[in-house]
Design a protein around this ligand. Structure first.
Ligand code: PMP
Length: 360
């Protein structure tokens, strides 16, 4: 415990910070970890081969800094996303990309708009950069109503699919949001888009105020690598580069560049494994429905579920005793829900079987 006396050395604003709390990564044997939306499948074998190549043949270059621009990676992303390379920005995980987005665009006179229930890092960045935030309530079905975002603002940020609700917005609603806000930057955080939602990257060419943020952490099974990226028109990318080069010029190391490039080059593996997760999700939902759970319509690699007869917090603790961890948020509106990451068919079956035994 650090005392106030010791904290006198801290910058005053750091004393007030309420940092983001990441999902735990416990080291328990036979643990089934369904709490941080990681992919249950390994990355493409080409990723492993690429890292091995760096180790075997280029270890001597580790004494040299990596490419500050990560151009090879930007090229690979641009090719896969069908955009020009000048429309790509890369960072150390999309969390870092989001931090730069907040700094680059959201420090304005008006508050930014974001849903009341969304990714819990957004309010942390707002506090960090001293950005006023106006939360817009999701409707009673936990959906985003874009018409509520037609008020003066200094920017808009939405996760699509939203987290932790897993519900996706249609592209036409996103387009409506962009048209309603021609003078502020609209950020669509697509961390989970590859599991069935429509990407707004298709709109980047048309809208000069759109930033789409994606990650290799979920659909490419590379959470441990820390590679995220943004896609936007070059005038917005330039602001992100200015922020990045005022903070850390080498956010992506040589291993990460090589590995992520290999992942983007293996499109077949990517498509196949996203589909596997989607299929597992649909089966998991059927299993949970049979046990009486209500599950929100998910387009992500996780589901958000509630049970009318069982307290969600208690269920989370009971599951934990059985070596299964899921995410529980003790927050208004969602404290009767569990966020459960989709695992492999076997892992999901273990979850369903364990719950079934608990309900007997
Ligand atoms: N956006 C959302 C909505 C997320 O849930 C996450 C994962 N916690 C991220 C961004 C950040 O992912 P990463 O930093 O691993 O790219």
């Amino acid at each position: 415990m650090i005392t106030d006396q010791q904290k006198r050395f801290w910058s005053p604003e750091v004393r007030e910070l309420e940092p983001y709390i990441p999902g735990e990564q416990p080291k328990i044997q036979n643990l089934l970890k369904l709490n941080t939306n990681e992919n249950p499948y390994p990355p493409s074998p080409r990723v492993v081969a690429a890292v091995q190549t760096v180790l075997d043949h280029q270890a001597d270059v580790l004494r040299l800094y990596p490419d500050p621009d990560a151009s090879a990676l930007k090229q690979a992303i641009a090719k896969q996303q069908h955009v020009d390379v000048t429309c790509v920005f890369v960072g150390n995980g999309s969390d870092e990309v989001l931090a730069h987005i907040f700094k680059a665009f959201f420090i304005q006179d008006q508050p930014i708009l974001t849903p009341d229930i969304s990714y819990s890092f957004y309010p942390v960045y707002s506090q960090f950069f001293d950005i006023q935030t106006q939360k817009i309530a999701l409707n009673e079905r936990f959906e985003i109503d874009v018409t509520e975002y037609a008020i003066p603002n200094g920017g808009v940020i939405i996760a699509n699919p939203n987290a932790p609700t897993s519900i996706a917005l249609s592209l036409s609603h996103i387009e409506q949001l962009l048209q309603m806000n021609p003078n502020s930057v609209v950020v669509i955080d697509e961390a989970y888009v590859d599991f069935g939602a429509d990407s707004a990257v298709a709109l980047v060419e048309k809208y000069d105020n759109l930033v789409v943020c994606q990650t290799t952490s979920k659909s490419r099974s590379l959470a441990g690598l820390r590679v995220g990226y943004a896609i936007a028109q070059p005038h917005l990318i330039a602001a992100l580069e200015a922020v990045k080069n005022s903070f850390n010029s080498y956010p992506i190391d040589r291993f990460a560049i090589a590995a992520a490039v290999a992942s983007f080059e293996d499109q077949d593996y990517f498509i196949e494994h996203c589909q596997k997760v989607i299929d597992c999700r649909e089966k998991l939902v059927v299993g949970l429905n049979k046990l009486g759970f209500e599950v929100l319509p998910s387009k992500a690699n996780f589901i958000f579920a509630t049970h009318p007869q069982h307290d969600a917090g208690e269920l989370a603790s009971l599951l934990r005793e059985q070596g299964i961890i899921v995410r529980y948020f003790n927050k208004p509106r969602i404290n009767q829900y569990l966020r459960i990451t989709v695992g492999t068919a076997e892992q999901n079956q273990r979850l369903v079987d364990t719950l079934e035994l608990m309900f007997k």
